[in-house]
Design a protein around this ligand. Structure first.
Ligand SMILES: C[S@@+](CC[C@H](N)C(=O)[O-])C[C@H]1O[C@@H](n2cnc3c(N)ncnc32)[C@H](O)[C@@H]1O
Length: 306
C-alpha cells in the first residue's frame, strides 16, 4: 500500500477544521484524505480526485467508513474548479496535491512506470488517454526526444540516449520497460550509486505522457482561485522541476511592489493574492526517510489566500 509522505505536516499546515470543505486532488491510496477526514471530525466534505480509476477504486474502499463525507471523481486536478462546482461548491477551505505516482502504480508491472519490473511502456495515469510512453518513443524524432529528456528529466546524456533510441527502434520497436532501461544503462554506463541510470529518462517520459507540468500549472491556478480567504493549499513535489513551478506560481500570486522610473510604485502580481505559510519547503525528517525512502525528495509548500 502507498505510504503517504509528510502526513502530519500536511494536516497541521492546512489547519484542517471540523465542518470544512477540502479537496484532495491526488487521492492515490487515500492516505492524506483519510488523515484530513479524521481531522474534520463530524460534518464537512472532502472531494477526492484522481486521474487513475484504479486508485479511485482503492481509495473509495479504504474510505468507505467515511463515505457520507466524501465524493470521488475521476479527473484531472487541472479541472478541479469545474469538478467541485458540479457539487455546488464555489470555494474551499483547503486543497492538497501530492504529485507524481503512487507506490501502487509503480509496483504494478503492467502500468509500465518502473524500470525494475518487466512491463509494457505504458505510463498512462488515465488509461483512457491515447498516448503511451511506447507511442512517444516510436513517433518523436531524435531532436524532440532529446529535448524531452533534457527538459523533463534534466538528463545530461539526453542527446546520446535519443540517438540510441532512434537507432534501436529502426531495428525493432521499443516496447518494454526493461528494454528501455537496459538501453539507457548501455549508453550511460551501468548503475552508479543508488540512482539507476534510467531514472531521469523514465521521469521525463512519464511527465510527457501525462502532461504533468501543464496539469500542475493549471491546478495551481485553479486551486488558488478556489480557496476562500484564509483557505490554504498544500503541494508536495518530488523533483526540482515541479518545485520550481510551485515556488514561481506562489511568488507571482504573492506579488510585490515595483518602483517606477517616473516615481511612485506599482503592484506587480496576480490575483487572487496569497501569503506564503512556509518560507522554506518542509521536508521529511530522518525517521520518515528511514521508514519511507520515497519521502527523501519530498518538498511541501503551503500558502494561504488573503
Ligand atoms: C503520490 S500519489 C498520491 C498519494 C496519496 N496522497 C496518498 O496518501 O495515498 C499521486 C496520485 O495522483 C494522481 N495524479 C497525478 N497527477 C494527477 C492529476 N493531474 N490529476 C489527478 N490525479 C493525478 C496519480 O494517479 C496518483 O494516484
Amino acid at each position: 500500500m502507498h505510504a503517504p509522505v509528510l502526513l502530519k505536516q500536511v494536516v497541521d499546515l492546512l489547519r484542517v477544521r471540523p465542518g470544512g470543505v477540502y479537496v484532495d486532488g491526488t487521492l492515490g491510496g487515500g492516505g492524506h484524505a483519510e488523515a484530513i477526514l479524521r481531522a474534520m471530525g463530524e460534518g464537512g466534505l472532502l472531494v477526492g480526485i484522481d486521474r487513475d480509476p484504479e486508485a479511485l477504486g482503492r481509495a473509495a474502499d479504504r474510505l468507505q467508513h467515511r463515505a457520507s463525507k466524501c465524493v470521488f471523481e475521476q479527473g484531472n486536478f487541472a479541472d478541479m474548479k469545474a469538478i467541485v462546482q458540479r457539487h455546488g461548491i464555489g470555494e474551499v477551505d483547503g486543497i492538497v496535491l501530492d504529485l507524481g505516482m503512487s507506490s501502487d502504480q509503480v509496483d504494478t508491472a503492467r502500468r509500465g512506470f518502473s524500470f525494475q519490473h518487466e512491463g509494457p511502456l505504458d505510463m498512462r495515469m488515465n488509461p483512457e488517454q491515447q498516448a503511451t510512453a511506447a507511442s512517444l518513443l516510436a513517433t518523436l524524432d531524435e531532436r524532440e526526444l532529446a529535448d524531452l529528456l533534457y527538459r523533463l528529466g534534466e538528463e545530461r546524456a539526453s542527446r546520446r540516449i535519443a540517438r540510441a533510441i532512434v537507432a534501436e527502434r529502426a531495428a525493432s520497436p521499443i516496447h518494454s520497460t526493461v528494454q528501455l532501461a537496459e538501453l539507457v544503462a548501455r549508453v550511460k554506463g551501468g548503475p552508479r550509486g543508488r540512482i539507476h541510470p534510467a531514472t531521469q529518462t523514465f521521469q521525463a517520459l512519464r511527465m510527457a505522457v501525462n502532461r504533468e507540468l501543464e496539469s500542475l500549472e493549471a491546478g495551481l491556478e485553479d486551486g488558488t482561485a478556489l480557496l476562500r480567504p484564509g483557505g490554504r493549499m498544500a503541494v508536495i513535489s518530488f523533483h526540482s522541476i515541479e518545485d520550481r513551478l510551485v515556488k514561481r506560481t506562489v511568488a507571482q500570486h504573492e506579488g510585490r511592489w515595483e518602483s517606477l522610473a517616473a516615481g511612485g510604485r506599482r503592484w506587480e502580481g496576480r490575483m487572487p493574492q496569497v501569503r506564503r505559510v512556509t518560507r522554506k519547503p518542509v521536508v521529511a525528517d530522518e525517521e520518515e526517510v528511514r521508514a519511507n525512502p520515497r519521502s527523501r525528495s519530498a518538498k511541501l509548500r503551503v500558502w494561504e489566500r488573503i
